[in-house]
Design a protein around this ligand. Structure first.
Ligand SMILES: *Cc1c(COP(=O)(O)O)cnc(C)c1O
Length: 402
């Protein structure tokens, strides 16, 4: 993968050889995330998008405290989806004024914690309003609320659709005016709207279309709001290339589209900041998963590399994290990262299930027991999105390098 260099054929992570990073970590498997790649990604986005558009990090993509701390210093806000994530964000130094809390099924205690922390709650049901009003009274603090809208459209071509049709997320657009009236009655501090239509999209036109529709919908709903819109979160959905043939997302048309929307907002919603929330786009390509070959065997002509890591740490690489068809992530043999392929191998993990696949019939340089197998594009939805306890293998380390 061209975001990483090699030295004498060996992959380099954060300026160090992979074998040195592995020695520092002390054991495999582990995830390593490169600080500079995360910084570069934020800088690229800043350069491509209008300066007035705020960038938020949706930390469920990678909640490692050191990563959240790094991003808290680089972006404009952190989006959390549980009280657990809220704690990590606040501990990392995120400014509560720029933290928002979304997610269906927020428990009463979590809503109360959010009020006490003075963060913005993206409400997803009318019930949450009453709980917030009570917490606000009891704590003597205003409850800051935005309405998460389940739009009447979806983000076309997304890996995961999270809006349009019946959904557990947000409040159906047609029910929002009544909720806005209730916010006014309860005297909650209304701050804006949150629209999130889908994720992992590589088509700029689809993202622009969803942003325009989100803007129009928010503008219509703003007419029923009890006070001016201060935050308009237009969602995200920026994808990264995982598989052969996938092209990078073209940021230029998205930047132009957001500039046009920001221009409109400056007179149609003059108090509103436009917000884009991204998860994998900041961190996905900056991370690798490193595992060691434990056994090499041949079964009826097929070479198997049996590794110490697998789907229990990296569910997505096994194709079981929402994928319809399993495809191979890019992988390399750590000390032969620049060598030509010599053989077709299937790399598997140590679990007693045929689902535990790291790479299927991939052409790679020859690997022996003890060599490192590296999975790229692994900085998002890795460790925290995987069933680590399944089969009782050791937990997985993670490091921030560079
Ligand atoms: C998961 C999620 C994101 C992040 O999605 P990515 O594909 O990682 O960018 C952003 N916003 C909301 C509301 C989410 O649920």
């Amino acid at each position: 993968m061209n975001q990483f260099s090699t030295r004498d054929g060996e992959l380099v992570l954060g300026g160090e050889r992979l074998s040195t990073v592995a020695a520092r970590v002390g054991s495999t498997p582990f995830y390593a995330y490169d600080r500079n790649l995360i910084r570069q990604r934020v800088a690229e986005l800043r350069a491509a998008l209008p300066a007035s558009v705020k960038l938020h990090y949706a930390m469920k993509a990678n909640p490692m405290p050191a990563v959240v701390g790094l991003l808290a210093g680089l972006v404009d806000g952190i989006d959390v989806a549980s009280a657990g994530e809220l704690k990590v964000a606040l501990d990392a130094g995120a400014d509560p004024a720029e933290v928002s809390f979304a997610g269906p099924g927020k428990r009463d205690t979590e809503l109360r914690q959010a009020v006490a922390a003075r963060v913005l709650v993206n409400v997803e049901s009318a019930r949450e309003l009453d709980v917030l009003a009570r917490a606000s009274r009891e704590l003597g603090l205003p409850a800051r609320v935005a309405v998460r809208v389940n739009p009447d459209y979806e983000l076309k071509g997304s890996g995961m659709k999270m809006g349009g049709g019946p959904k557990q997320f947000g409040i159906d657009a047609e029910a929002v005016p009544a909720v806005l009236a209730r916010i006014g009655e309860l005297g909650l501090a209304f701050e804006g709207f949150h629209l999130f239509a889908g994720s992992q999209n590589l088509r700029a036109e689809a993202i622009c279309e969803a942003q325009c529709k989100s803007y129009e919908l928010a503008l219509r709903l703003a007419a029923s709001a009890p006070s001016p819109v201060r935050f308009l979160n237009l969602g995200g959905g920026f994808g990264i290339p995982y598989f052969p043939g996938e092209q990078r997302l073209d940021l230029a048309p998205i930047g132009a589209n957001l500039a046009a929307l920001a221009e409109r907002a400056s007179h149609e919603l003059p108090e509103a900041a436009l917000v884009i929330e991204l998860g994998r786009y900041f961190v996905g390509e900056a991370g690798v998963y490193v595992t060691q070959v434990v056994d090499r065997k041949v079964s009826r002509g097929q070479v198997f590399l049996v590794c110490d890591g697998g789907m229990h740490h990296h569910l997505a690489v096994s194709g079981n994290f929402g994928q319809v068809v399993r495809k191979n992530y890019p992988v390399a043999i750590g000390h032969r990262a620049d060598q030509a392929a010599e053989e077709s191998v299937t790399a598997v993990g140590p679990l007693c299930t045929p689902l535990d696949i790291l790479a299927e019939r991939m052409d790679l340089p020859r690997a022996e027991v003890g060599d490192h197998l590296v999975v790229f594009q692994s900085g998002a939805y890795g460790r925290s999105a995987s069933p680590q306890a399944f089969l009782g293998h050791p937990a997985c380390e993670e490091v921030l390098v560079g």
